[in-house]
Design a protein around this ligand. Structure first.
Ligand code: PMP
Length: 308
């Protein structure tokens, strides 16, 4: 079933949410977007995970690209809630997009209209149900993450995902679930749609924001969860071979949640199964998003009426 789309301020049927083929975004990839999850929590029913943080990043991505959206962060947050409630879905994946519309086909986008929409859809485990326990097999991608002075990595922009989809296609066509990108200097950056954490001798490492990563909201959540579990996280340069000798590795992301990695380039990670630190962090994460226990105030409740 296709749910109504919030399109420039109002809910419209999916079939009416159309854009012109002459929209700037079609030709030049000029969109910014978010991926957010609404969980049907055990304790308190449907709730959106870290909605203000996602909508803040959306606003900031738009700002970096000089896109003046008609809607404030607060209006977009309210629109997300409205779209979910109208859909009747207890849990869903939410995709808000701000993009350059019509107004000329030159590269200069400053005169093009800035439009916005929000779609909600069903989305299960991104890297597979079984992967949550057994882990995924990945490789190091031959495509690098963008250099810092090419594309701004802190903006979650549509165009960035041309690079990401090359990485993902190469991984899948070579029999892997995902590819890990290195940055321009050859240090570990992230997956095509996930941040990466490396565990060795009880210490957790991840790439700093300045290493051309998208600083994920799940990544930020893991900083807090891990610290409260008593683990130290260091943001540092990680050489490729550190992946091969790690005790544990895991991906984080809205879609991927917390997914263990069991091999990289056919090197077995640690014991080849989900390790103890990954297990503890994953359990704490799911206790919040699925359990509905919310010590950090990360859940925004949604009123979805259950059909009689
Ligand atoms: N890196 C990239 C390239 C991504 O696309 C995503 C998904 N948004 C992430 C990291 C993880 O970010 P988040 O935890 O905010 O979903």
């Amino acid at each position: 079933m296709q749910h109504d789309i919030w399109f420039n301020g109002k809910l419209v049927p999916h079939a009416e949410a159309n854009i012109s083929v002459l929209s700037h975004v079609i030709h030049y990839g000029s969109s910014v977007f978010e991926g957010i999850r609404c969980y049907n929590t055990k304790k308190s029913g449907p709730a959106v995970f870290r909605l203000p943080e996602h909508m803040r990043r959306l606003e900031e991505s738009a700002k970096i690209y000089r896109m003046a959206s008609e809607y404030s962060q607060e209006q977009m947050e309210a629109a997300v809630i409205e779209t979910i409630e109208a859909s009747g879905m207890q849990s869903c994946y939410i995709r808000p997009v701000i993009y350059r519309g019509v107004g000329g086909l030159g590269v200069n986008p400053l005169k093009n209209k800035v439009d916005a929409f929000i779609a909600v859809l069903n989305w299960g485990k991104y890297l597979g149900e079984e992967a949550m326990e057994s882990g995924v097999d990945v490789h190091v991608a031959s495509w690098s993450r963008m250099a810092p002075n090419t594309f701004p990595s802190l903006a979650k922009a549509g165009g960035n995902y041309l690079n990401a989809s090359l990485v993902k296609m190469d991984a899948v066509l070579n029999g892997y679930m995902e590819g890990i990108m290195l940055n321009r200097e050859g240090y570990v950056a992230e997956g095509s749609g996930e941040n990466l954490f490396v565990i060795r001798d009880g210490k957790i490492l991840t790439a700093p924001a300045a290493f051309s990563i998208l600083p994920g909201i799940t990544r930020d959540s893991i900083f807090r969860i891990a610290a409260d579990l008593g683990y130290e996280i260091e943001q540092t340069a990680i050489p490729r071979e550190a992946l091969y000798i790690a005790d544990e590795l895991f991906f984080t992301g809205t879609a991927a949640e917390v997914t263990p990695i069991r091999s990289v380039d056919k090197y077995v990670v640690g014991s080849g199964t989900r390790g103890p630190i990954t297990t503890a962090i994953q359990a704490a994460f799911f206790d919040i998003v699925e359990g509905g226990n919310d010590p950090y105030g990360w859940l925004t409740p949604v009123n979805v009426s259950v059909p009689a």
